[in-house]
Design a protein around this ligand. Sequence first.
Ligand SMILES: [Zn+2]
Length: 85
Amino acid sequence: MNKHCPHCNLKFEREVGYFYGAMYVSYGLQTALITLLYTVNMFWWDFSPAVLVFIILTLVFALFPVTFRWSRIIWIASFTRKVLS
Ligand SMILES: [Zn+2]
């Protein structure tokens, strides 16, 4: 990860452990994904619990690079106005 944004020179890691809070965002994103998959399974798919757990774990691990980056983006965007402008 860059220390500063190459576009606007925003310093990403403002202090040591700044992105620890992004873990909470990541937890929320993954919980939302699991809840969505569980709900879809309840109303449409009807897989057995073992298959559903396999699907959920596969998707959670496969999407980890995405949720990792998005949680950091959401975390820093909640404290910075420059990020998305
Ligand atoms: Zn920037």
